[in-house]
Design a protein around this ligand. Sequence first.
Ligand code: CAA
Length: 380
Amino acid sequence: MDFTLSEEQLMIQQAARDFARNELLPGVIERDDAQKFPFELVQKMGELGFMGMMVNEKYNGSGLDTLSYVLAMEELSKVDASASVMVSVNNSLVCWGLQTFGTEAQKAKYLSRLSTGEIIGAFCLSEPEAGSDATSQKTTAIDKGDHYILNGTKNWITNGGSAEVFLVIAQTHIEKGHKGINALIVEKGMEGFEVGPKENKLGIRGSDTHSLIFNDVKVPKENRIGEDGFGFKFAMKTLAGGRIGIAAQALGIAAGAYELALKYSKERKTFGTEIANHQAIAFKLADMHTKIQAARNLVYQAACEKDAGKDYTLSGAMAKLYASEVAMETTIEAVQIHGGNGFVKDYHVERLMRDAKITQIYEGTSEIQKIVISRSVLKD
Ligand code: CAA
């Protein structure tokens, strides 16, 4: 595959790099500490076109391809993975899901605002007892003619506290199993909809993760996405693309930690020379560089397959599985190279190490990716 980047793709990559350095780096440690992310930063990312990258210009999006999106995700994630998860969920789950499967009315009402960063969205599949086992939805959406009555609890919802629009997966026809599940658009402020307390997390602490409680929430039928019973397929198809975004996030975290370790190893001296001159350190850098490049190839391949209209379920799962492993390994080694300095916040690598862990968990754990990959391999 030829991954030569176009002029436009190089410009997007540079714009994301500049934004990360100039706007995200200042205050990133404090935001992690305080578990806060000012909404003005989301709006700034929206102004630069990062919140609706693959959305058609008709709905105020940037009209770009998936490769451009992963380039931006990598650059943002090098500096602030809390920012990039907000970007990823809004782009690949909420905006892509609405653009691909929503009605014209839903697109006009929600997508046009989500793609500019005026508002942000959340994707609500996980439940206290339905994480990996996603068909076991306990949240119910009972059909009442022209509306649904929604009851249940969702867990670990990214953007849970800041979102205005929530794509909620719920069971309507229990007897039909996953074929009875629907996806509904729920708005903040609907009666009976409550946002639970913010989770106190290991990593991506700037991003807000909440449980959501639905208590007899009346959702108009026009807010259903797709046909009756399409909700589980909607979630799976949307997550297949989401996994490319998270793979790009993992790649960025790894690359960010590597760049910091490389720089540090040329500055820090031990035994009378820069530590990069010790083979123990140089070999670590060699391993990191090789694995990051391999992860990048997988991520770009998945993005290019999506752009070419091919089935990207397998390549997206492989990219996420591998890039998230590389993110974890690389960030641990980056901390090791930094020694004692790696263990304190000012050098950024400890945060990247904490942030890396979630990429092996959300949008399908590594074990779920292996289910997807092995089923595909065995089918052939
Ligand atoms: N595209 C289209 N349809 C798909 C699909 C895909 N990629 N994957 C599965 N399906 C369909 C199947 O074809 C099947 O439909 P039919 O019966 O009509 O053929 C249906 O979905 C059920 O599939 P399975 O029988 O394979 O279901 P399963 O119970 O064995 O589970 C699974 C499959 C892949 C393990 C799935 O449950 C899964 O992906 N689990 C992980 C869920 C997940 O990623 N959660 C992340 C939460 S979201 C998040 O993290 C967002 C955030 O905030 C960051």
